[in-house]
Design a protein around this ligand. Structure first.
Ligand SMILES: [Zn+2]
Length: 548
């Protein structure tokens, strides 16, 4: 009896030592220090227990191990977008129409027509994420296009944060018949004959206020949208996002995300910061909201990461802050520093970023902010002196592919030479500044990381215009590192994810094409065929799809 007992125990120990899952026959880009490429990888308890040759991994294969032959394909660490408004995008994913990837106006209109059939009577909303440069016609759609696609329907098409196109029925439903009915600074566009074109133009607050007049999805639709949007991101090899809040996003809007987390159904790791709420009451709001939410609270799938990208309304998208604006901003970020919180701040122009850096430097003199991993988002024209100040402070830079959509306009504005160094990716890398890649989706950009990776590698806009020069262009591996380890730094997770090394979380993607060798022009078409988060398959297609 004793002998049997011992042998069973011994066998159980052996099985416990074998892997739950192994990937074999792969080209595994580990992104370790030596840039090693493995053939096989083993996973146990959600973590990587070995990477190496086929023979190394075979020793870890037991009778209960799931063996996945990846057929010679490239495996990368799961991608992490360091600045995506994913929580907000998810809320409406189940009820919105997306124009991401549509290459012509008829293709975009076909998506409207299709959605119109599905949802009789409902608003048809495209909430951004597209540019006219993606259409071969190189123009914005017209109201006539919309009426032809969805006669008599309520349609709202938002173009970034600058304009929106509505059908006549949409105007009627929102009670808009003159400029007075449009949120402040907004205007009904008119043609040469004085007739409304269907477009409303304005600035970010105008368009944000206009959007908030639209009906919102139900709670169930928001939960459904969250699950579906995160699967969509898994399809594109994403296993994590760092979410900077956003306009039109209130504390109650986090409840659908929390529900999916409680159901243990998150397929994407979400690290989120809190966006300023009421103008003038930012500090009071933050204090109330975080009383039971200390920095870092949460787990590996959902975690609180401080404040931003709007910290105060007075220092958000404001190139000319008053002394009162900077003083108020100082109070909030000093409070954040005292609570060891991470801060991320949206800033667009190098010309005025000194306002922000002055405050950061003041706080840093009182308590070092380097360990808190603060960051600046955007700043596509960062100068070397600015980067030097960031380096001295120990803060990072979340960098997005905004120029993929608006590179032509930026080039016209700043000139060809200045455009060649936007954004100054290699300069910042050489200086050792932490850089996270990302998109800023989904209002102003597509969420597709492979479109962003292609742009990282060729500096070309969606319409094909070359803007950034080779002197600021990373190699393929460097670009991939920005999208993995680079982004993980901003979540304080570079020791737990971002590369495929022993002990790290098993977040990875098996790609449809070899990112490392496929022609650069084709990088944007890559997808994942198999995505794992913590060793769990969250997306599988093609050869990996389970027969149903
Ligand atoms: Zn921003």
């Amino acid at each position: 009896m004793l002998v049997v007992f011992l042998s069973v125990t011994h066998a159980a120990t052996l099985w416990a030592q074998s892997a739950e899952t192994v990937l074999v026959n792969g080209k595994i880009a580990t992104l370790d220090r030596q840039s090693s490429v493995g053939q096989a990888l083993a996973v146990r308890d959600g973590r990587i227990v070995a990477v190496g040759s086929a023979a190394d991994i075979r020793r870890l294969t037991g009778p209960n191990t799931r063996v996945i032959d990846v057929g010679g394909r490239t495996v990368i660490p799961g991608l992490i977008d360091s600045h995506m408004h994913a929580i907000r995008a998810a809320l409406s994913y189940a009820t919105e129409v997306s124009w991401i990837g549509a290459r012509s106006i008829p293709e975009a209109m076909a998506r409207i027509r299709e959605a119109a059939g599905d949802k009789p009577g409902a608003w048809l909303i495209v909430a951004g994420g597209w540019t006219e440069h993606q259409f071969k016609e190189a123009r914005r759609p017209t109201q006539a296009d919309l009426i032809a696609a969805a006669p008599d329907r309520l349609v709202y098409i938002q173009m970034m944060y600058g304009a929106a196109l509505l059908t006549p029925a949409g105007f009627k439903a929102l009670d808009i018949s003159s400029d007075a009915d449009v949120p402040p600074r907004g205007k009904i566009e008119r043609d040469a004959g004085g007739n409304p074109t269907g477009w409303i133009s304005g600035d970010m607050p105008t368009i944000t206020a206009l959007f908030s007049r639209l009906p919102t999805p139900t709670f169930e639709q928001k939960v459904d949208g969250t699950r579906r949007f995160f699967r969509e991101l898994n399809r594109l090899a994403l296993t994590g996002v760092i979410d900077p809040g956003g306009a039109n996003l209130t504390p109650a809007d986090y409840l659908p995300l929390f529900k999916v987390w409680q159901d243990r159904a998150l397929t994407l790791r979400v690290v989120y910061s809190m966006f300023a709420q009421r103008r003038g009451a930012e500090l009071e709001d933050f204090k109330n909201l975080v009383q039971l939410l200390p920095m870092g609270f949460g787990d590996d799938s959902l975690r609180f990461n401080g404040i931003g990208e709007s910290v105060t309304a007075g220092m958000y998208n404001n190139d000319n802050p008053s002394e009162a604006d900077t003083a108020q901003f100082y109070e909030v970020v000093k409070w954040a520093a005292e609570r060891r919180m991470t801060v991320t701040v949206h800033w667009n122009n190098d010309r005025t970023v000194g306002h922000l850096l002055d405050v950061f430097e003041r706080v840093n003199r009182e308590m070092p902010i380097g360990p808190l991993r603060w960051s600046i988002a955007h700043l596509n024209d960062a100068s070397v002196p600015t980067l030097q100040r960031m380096k001295t402070l120990g803060i990072g830079w979340t960098m997005q592919d905004a120029l993929f959509f608006n590179g032509e306009q930026v080039q016209q504005l700043v000139g060809v030479d200045a455009g060649r160094r936007m954004p100054p990716i290699k300069s910042a890398m050489r200086m050792g500044i932490p850089i996270g890649a990302g998109t800023d989706a989904h209002r102003v950009m597509s969420y597709n990381p492979f479109a962003a990776l292609k742009w990282l590698l060729d500096g070309k806009t969606i319409a094909g215009a070359a803007v950034r020069g080779p002197e600021e262009t990373p190699t393929r591996e460097e670009a991939l590192r920005l999208y993995t380890l680079g982004s993980a730094w901003f979540a304080h997770d570079d020791d737990t994810r971002g590369s495929l090394t022993v002990g790290k979380l098993a977040d990875l993607a098996v790609l449809s094409r070899d990112y490392l060798t496929v022609p650069v022009d084709e990088v944007g078409d890559i997808e994942s065929l198999l995505t794992m988060v913590g060793g769990r398959i969250v997306y599988a297609s093609g050869p990996f799809k389970e027969p149903s």
